[in-house]
Design a protein around this ligand. Structure first.
Ligand code: FAD
Ligand code: HEM
Length: 411
């Protein structure tokens, strides 16, 4: 890690004193920032997720990162873990150092626009300096991540062409795609819990679309498997672009562009602590990879898998989990929100309704375990709160968002 730039004390003072202002106008500034940036650099619409933009999720994620950086501007090393997590996402998207000044320029323009006279030349100059220091940290962390991914046996930089070797239905809404490299070469190992980015050029769409998909099988099998939930249209929202395209138009033999596995939501295979994996809906994908890896690498390690699904029709990977549960060290419990009569006969069905702490305490042998969970945000909030209420220490709680990271402690 290269040395972190030291800023002038006056710059630090100005930047830190503007944190409350940023907090007040944060989302407005980032919203303006995106408007300006996309109008001057429409090519960036090839990498940003348009749905996240429309729903303001990305605005909130970026605003949170900027506040954090501003708060720690005098000791940027404190934000390195967060930078690393974002860096994984940036690396999987293919973000480049030369794009940082573009973001910086438009962020400053937006600050000026929103704050008006309050954004004096002195404030803008201090922020320009601070942004450069923050960007340098991101660029360095990402350089290391790019090098790491490329240096692995079977690794690569950027996007590589993968052929869909097999497409298979996992439930009424989830379909798996087994991907093998078109070049016939080897593919790098990954840590269970990691994801890849898939880049699609969809006929009729002006821009490419990139989405992340967790790898749902264990590493070392010669293919990557992704399992995609169809995001159907409802009265309130349009159908998801990429998931529907994958379901409806990508067939065996077709090619997808895929970046090397990334992400820091990974199972620690050097520990022997009991593991509890808790999934909601399609959030099962990284957790199933963890469960399948445990079966190969640590079959003796006590594992409890709680799967929440609306009902048996949309529940995925039940057969794989039933097979894993033949191992006495592996327990599998199913929670259906709306079980059918047939669902009630499922041998692992234990809970009707939504997951709650009371039920978790009846099936999880001990809170002295490492907990991993993933699912829709409300589900994640429930699980996170249940675990903290139970007294599980923060360092034993691990989770992944299927979108820009949020705050599970807030409503
Ligand atoms: C680390 C990570 C891992 C992931 N792993 C998986 C996985 O294993 N499996 C999986 O299925 N998904 C996974 N995802 C989610 C995935 O990346 C996509 O977000 C998902 O497939 C939806 O993409 P889409 O293009 O179909 O929908 P998008 O077009 O991106 O839309 C997303 C949602 O926003 C709604 N929306 C769009 N526009 C608007 C609007 N104007 N107003 C209101 N709502 C709107 C859509 O209806 C849809 O529900 C993961 C995400 C991350 C970050
Ligand atoms: C210091 C500058 C930057 C900061 C603080 C920052 C911060 C963030 C954060 C917090 C996220 C969300 C991560 C998550 O998924 O949880 C993110 C995602 C992203 N960033 Fe950055 N970023 C910076 C620079 C850049 C640059 C230079 C680009 C390229 C032009 C870029 C492109 C993206 C894209 C495309 C995403 C994913 C967006 C999505 O899927 O909606 N970022 N960034």
């Amino acid at each position: 890690m290269a040395a972190i730039t030291t800023l002038h004390p006056k710059t630090i003072e100005i930047v830190q004193s503007t944190v409350p202002v940023l907090e007040k106008h944060g989302e407005q500034i980032t919203k303006r920032f995106y408007e300006l940036m996309f109008s001057n650099h429409p090519e960036l619409l090839n990498v940003f997720n348009h749905a996240n933009q429309k729903q303001g999720r990305q605005q909130r994620a970026l605003a949170a990162a900027v506040y954090a950086a501003a708060r720690y501007i005098d000791r940027l090393d404190a934000i390195l873990p967060v930078v690393r997590q974002i860096g994984h996402k940036h690396r999987s998207l293919g973000i480049q150092p030369e794009q940082y000044p573009i973001v910086g320029k438009h962020l400053l323009l937006a600050i000026k626009d929103v704050l008006g006279d309050a954004a004096t030349d002195e404030v803008i100059a201090a922020w320009a300096e601070a942004y450069e220091a923050i960007a340098a940290v991101f660029i360095q962390v990402e350089k290391e991540l790019y090098e790491e991914a490329a240096a692995k046996p079977g690794g690569w930089r950027g996007f590589r062409r993968f052929v869909v070797a097999k497409k298979g239905k996992e439930s009424d809404v989830i379909t798996s795609f087994y991907l093998r490299p078109e070049d016939g070469g080897t593919i790098s190992d990954f840590l269970p819990g990691q994801y890849v980015s898939v880049k699609l050029s969809i006929p009729g769409e002006t821009y490419t679309h990139i989405r992340q998909y967790s790898l749902s099988d264990a590493p070392g099998k010669g293919y990557y498997r992704i399992s995609v939930k169809r995001e159907g249209a409802t009265a309130e929202k349009p159908a998801g672009i990429v998931s529907n395209y994958l379901h409806d138009h990508i067939q065996e033999g077709d090619v997808l562009e895929v970046s090397a596995p990334a992400g820091d939501f990974t199972l620690n295979l050097t520990k022997e602590t009991p593991v509890v994996l808790i999934s909601g809906g399609v959030g099962i994908t990284p957790l199933l990879s963890m469960a399948s890896t445990l079966a190969i690498r640590q079959p003796h390690r006590q594992t409890t898998f709680l799967q929440a699904a609306l009902n048996g029709r949309v529940q995925a990977f039940d057969q794989e989990l039933r097979t894993l549960a033949e191992n006495p060290a592996f327990s599998y419990y199913v929670c259906y929100e709306f079980p059918s009569d047939e669902d009630r006969k499922h041998p692992h069905f234990r809970k009707e309704g939504r997951i709650d702490l009371e039920w978790m305490q009846t099936v999880i042998p001990s809170k002295d375990a490492d907990f991993y969970f993933c699912g829709p945000v409300p589900f994640m909030k429930t699980v996170y709160r249940a675990l903290t209420q139970w007294g599980v220490p923060e360092e034993r709680i691990h989770y992944e968002f299927f979108g820009p990271a949020g705050d599970l402690t807030k409503d």
